[in-house]
Ligand binder design. Structure first.
Ligand code: NDP
Length: 477
């Protein structure tokens, strides 16, 4: 089959309204943080995008005080019908500024514009719309007649879905009457600070949302602050464990959404072309920087050669490069550190004897890029089968029977997601019951909806975000 050449179709970077300098957002205003400013870069070109003021420990204290005051005096007292209007306004403003947010996200994070435009930003708006609907119905949510908010929530988010993770955290917190102090990741602070502008536009009362850019130590200061009632964290399992140790023995509530090593399981009766596209979406979406990525492909032995051949062909058609080009499928790796981590794990795959295939696609010589890679002949003991690579690298294992598929899928310290590809509904239900994973997709992968709870087992963390269940994490019930 011929592969068509595409003409460049770059989105205009001017839409991002990039400023030279951004500031922390405390008590409804942009303030000079007293931390060391950081420079955020475009991972596709390594150029500096902007200087960002950061918070210090004393700024954390000021932000928590502002959040407490807003909680006590305004937000916890406001009827749900009124809170809902603010969430609704925020959702509409995200939609109105969606092109700006999408371009800014792709510049700061490196993800392809078609993903930030069609997935991250609309799903972030959807979270606010969805939670606006809950704000006045909490007493009917099954948590008793009078569920109460917790107070001030400290929220720490990673760099892989900067605006979307912010929405996952802030929308349920506000809907349930809590106020927020949020730290975006050091490498991707920009859309969070545009979101702060949106809070101003929506005339959200000062102090309800506070945004503090900074490094991990600012995250730790939020976690240890005595006047925080709840911590919500998404990120690596190691930092999640450290946070759990930090809050042990305090009254703080905690939810942790951590890493994963999901099995995407393909049976011989699956619709193979559809499955191949699902495998590609499962691991190459967002450069594989996805906690629930289908990074372990388990394929039934009888079809393994055919699936690998189809997969290599399909992956070789993916276009890697400029995140702002509308035809780009795989963008930039978010940072030099992450690129080094991916390279290290891929080298371990070579050293341990897995069979590496890398897409022959042209790779830009500037910026942080990694060509889509598929490892065959992977054994369960190899690092590439056990550790989260968080990059565009797929490990392929085989199985013969459904029981063997379940045993291999569950042979992981994680438990965030899984995928099943088969035409048999009974097998889907049986497998879904056996798999120890928070989300199980059937004949699809990486589908998200604000109404569907998301979260993990084991080292993937605890607590759920989204849906009715997700409200519980922000309520005293
Ligand atoms: P981290 O867990 O270090 O970062 C997540 C967030 O926590 C960031 O905002 C980070 O700040 C902050 N943070 C760092 N240290 C602390 C601390 N001691 N207390 C409180 N907050 C802290 O992830 P990395 O960015 O370092 O990524 C490393 C690996 O983690 C990846 O390779 C991937 O395997 C995994 N990961 C998993 C994610 C998921 O969605 N489950 C998301 C991101 C990463 P700062 O950004 O400034 O360091």
């Amino acid at each position: 089959m011929p592969v068509f050449e595409y003409a460049p179709a770059p989105e205009s970077r001017a839409i991002a309204n990039l400023k030279d300098h951004y500031k922390p957002f405390v008590n409804g205003e942009f303030v000079d943080g007293s931390g060391e400013p950081l420079k955020t870069i475009n991972p596709a070109t390594e150029e500096v995008l902007a200087e960002v003021g950061t918070a210090s420990k004393s700024d954390v204290d000021t932000a928590v005080k502002a959040a407490r005051k807003a909680y006590d005096s305004v937000w916890s007292k406001m009827p749900g019908t009124e809170r809902a209007k603010y969430l609704f306004r925020i959702a509409r403003l995200i939609q109105e500024r969606s092109r700006e947010l999408a371009v800014l996200e792709s510049l700061d994070n490196g993800k392809p514009i078609k993903e930030s435009r069609d997935s991250d930003v609309p799903t972030a708006a959807a979270h606010f719309f969805y939670h606006a609907g809950w704000a006045d119905k909490l007493e009917y949510a099954g948590y008793g007649p009078n569920p109460k908010p917790l107070g001030v929530a400290g929220q720490i988010i990673p760099w892989n879905f900067p605006l979307l993770m912010l929405a996952w955290k802030i929308a349920p917190a506000l809907a349930t009457g809590n106020t927020v102090v949020l730290k975006p990741a050091e490498t991707t602070p920009l859309t969070a600070l545009v979101f702060a502008e949106i809070c101003q536009q929506a005339e959200l009362p000062p102090g309800v949302v506070n945004i503090l850019p900074g490094a991990g130590d600012i995250g730790a200061s939020i976690v240890e602050h005595a006047d925080i009632d709840k911590i919500a964290f998404t990120g690596s399992t190691d930092v999640g464990k450290a946070i759990q140790r930090q809050v042990a023995g305090t009254a703080k509530k905690l939810t942790l959404e951590l890493g994963g090593k999901a099995a995407n399981i393909v049976f011989e009766d699956a619709p193979l072309d559809q499955a191949v596209d699902g495998i590609v979406n499962g691991i190459f979406f967002n450069q594989g920087h996805v906690c629930c990525a289908g990074s372990r492909l388990l394929v039934q032995e009888s079809i393994a050669d055919e699936v690998l051949e189809k997969l290599r062909y399909r992956v070789s058609t993916l276009r890697i490069g400029d995140p702002l080009d509308k035809n780009t499928d795989v963008g930039a790796i978010n940072s030099a550190e992450q690129l080094a981590k991916i390279r290290g794990l891929v080298e371990s795959g070579d050293a341990e004897g897995a069979q590496r295939w890398t897409s022959p696609c042209p790779v830009p010589d500037r910026g942080f890029f990694f060509a889509p890679t598929v490892f065959a002949n992977v054994h369960q003991s190899m690092r590439i089968a056990r550790e989260e690579i968080f990059g565009p690298v797929l490990s392929v294992l085989t199985f013969r029977t459904p029981d063997e598929a379940v045993a291999k899928a569950n042979n992981t310290p994680y438990g965030l997601s899984a995928g099943i590809w088969t035409e048999k509904g009974s097998r889907i239900l049986w497998m879904a019951n056996q798999l120890r994973a928070g989300v199980v997709w059937a004949n699809t992968f990486n589908r998200f909806d604000p109404a569907a709870p998301f979260g993990g087992y084991q080292e993937s963390g605890f607590g759920r975000e989204g849906g009715r269940t997700g409200l519980e994490a922000y309520l005293s019930v």
